[in-house]
Design a protein around this ligand. Structure first.
Ligand code: BGC
Length: 364
C-alpha cells in the first residue's frame, strides 16, 4: 500500500493515484486538500451496496437499472436491492451488503429512523454511508446526503396550486384539500412544510379554505404512499364536504397520489380541480398534456444516480465528495448535495423534458 504524504505535490499525488487505479493494485490513499489529514480510498472494482425502498413510484424503479449499469460502467460491483417487504427486510439487506464487503452503502430508506443499528455496523466495518433521496435520521452513522431539495419541491407544489387555481378562477376564496406522503418517509415533512410555507399565508388571509379542516401533516398523510389510501380519503372528503361546495384544488405530494385523487373526483362526477404532483411519471405527463393533472416536478433520476456514482468514484480515489450544504438529521449536521427540482405544467413541459426523449415525445 502506498501512503501519499502532504509533502507530495498535487500533481504527483494525482499521478500516483491514477497509476494505482490503472494498475488496479492496492488501496489508494491521498492527502485531503489543505488539512494535511489522510483519507483512504478503496480498491477499484469494489462492491457498492444500493438499498432501495419499495417501488412506490417510477423513480425508484428507474434507479435500479441506472445504478446497476452506471456502477458496472465505472468498474464497480453493484449490489442493488429493493425492500419490498419493508423495514426488517431493508435492515437484513444492509447487514448482508456489509458482510459481502461493500465499501459504500447508498441507502434510499423505507424508514430512515429505523436503520441506526445496521448503519453503526457499517461504520464499524469502515463503510461510507450515503443517504440517497431520503435522509437517514437520528443516527451519527451517515456520511453524506444526496437528494433533490425536498423543501423546495414542496414550495414549488404550493405555488403551482395557487397559480393553477387563479388561472381558472380570477379570485378566491378557493377550496382546497391537502395530501401528504407516508409518515415513515423523511421526505414527507419537508414536502408538506415547503408547500404550507406558501399556502398558510393564503389560508390565514382567507384566500384559500380547507373545508375539511384537515390541515396538519398527520391528518393529510398517505400511509405507504399507496394510491388506494389517497383515493379512499378523497372519496370520504368529497362525500363529507363537497356535496354543495366546489373543490378548486388538491395539494398532492406526488404523481401516483395525484392520479388517485383524479380517479376519485371523476368517479364522483365532480369537475376536475387543480392537482399537483411530483416525479414526472409517464401517466402523469400524459394527464398534464390532456389537461387533467395540473403540475408535476422534474427530478431527473439519471442526474441523481450519476451524482451518487460520482461520489462513489471520489471516495474510491480517497477524495472528499463535493457538497453544497449541511442538513440536520437530528444527531449531526450531514454534508449534503442538493440538486434543483423543476416545476412542470403543460406550458413548459416540452422545454423541461428537452433532454429526456421518452418524456419529451409525450409533449408533442
Ligand atoms: C421521493 C418521491 C416519491 C416518494 C414515493 C419520496 O421519498 O422523494 O420522489 O414520489 O418517495 O415513492
Amino acid at each position: 500500500m502506498v501512503r501519499i504524504t502532504k509533502t507530495m505535490t498535487t500533481v504527483a499525488a494525482v499521478a500516483v493515484v491514477s497509476a494505482l487505479a490503472l494498475s488496479g493494485c492496492g488501496r489508494a490513499g491521498t492527502a485531503s486538500e489543505g488539512s494535511g489529514d489522510t483519507a483512504s480510498g478503496f480498491d477499484a472494482g469494489a462492491t457498492i451496496g444500493v438499498a432501495l425502498p419499495q417501488k412506490t413510484s417510477e423513480n425508484w424503479v428507474l434507479a435500479e437499472s441506472l445504478f446497476n449499469d452506471g456502477l458496472k460502467n465505472a468498474d464497480f460491483k453493484p449490489e442493488v436491492q429493493f425492500a419490498n417487504a419493508g423495514v426488517t427486510e431493508q435492515q437484513n439487506q444492509i447487514t448482508s451488503m456489509i458482510s459481502n464487503g461493500a465499501k459504500v452503502l447508498i441507502v434510499g430508506a423505507v424508514d430512515g429512523s429505523q436503520l441506526d443499528t445496521q448503519l453503526q455496523q457499517a461504520k464499524d466495518a469502515g463503510v461510507t454511508v450515503i443517504a440517497y433521496d431520503r435522509i437517514l435520521k437520528n443516527t451519527s452513522a451517515i456520511d453524506y446526503y444526496l437528494a433533490y431539495d425536498n423543501y423546495k419541491v414542496g414550495q414549488l407544489q404550493g405555488q403551482a396550486l395557487l397559480d393553477g387555481m387563479s388561472s381558472k378562477k380570477s379570485s378566491g376564496p378557493y377550496n382546497i384539500e391537502l395530501f401528504a406522503g407516508s409518515n415513515d418517509d423523511a421526505n414527507s415533512k419537508p414536502f408538506f412544510d415547503g408547500a404550507m410555507s406558501v399556502l398558510q399565508p393564503k389560508i390565514d388571509d382567507g384566500t384559500v379554505k380547507v373545508a375539511s379542516g384537515q390541515m396538519d401533516q398527520s391528518a393529510a398523510a398517505t400511509q405507504g404512499w399507496k394510491a388506494e389510501n389517497a383515493q379512499k380519503r378523497m372519496d370520504t372528503l368529497l362525500a363529507g364536504f363537497y356535496t354543495g361546495t366546489e373543490l378548486d384544488g388538491v395539494l398532492s405530494p406526488n404523481d401516483t397520489l395525484a392520479r388517485a385523487v383524479l380517479t376519485s373526483v371523476k368517479a364522483a362526477g365532480k369537475p376536475i380541480p387543480v392537482v399537483t404532483g411530483q416525479d414526472s411519471e409517464v401517466e402523469s405527463v400524459k394527464s398534464i398534456m390532456a389537461g387533467e393533472q395540473y403540475s408535476t416536478i422534474n427530478k431527473d433520476t439519471r442526474d441523481l444516480v450519476n451524482a451518487a456514482i460520482a461520489m462513489v468514484k471520489d471516495l474510491q480515489q480517497g477524495n472528499t465528495p463535493q457538497t453544497t450544504s449541511e442538513q440536520d438529521n437530528g444527531t449531526k449536521q450531514v454534508p449534503t448535495k442538493f440538486l434543483e427540482p423543476v416545476i412542470v405544467t403543460k406550458e413548459n413541459a416540452a422545454e423541461a423534458y428537452a433532454n429526456n426523449p421518452a418524456l419529451e415525445a409525450l409533449t408533442k
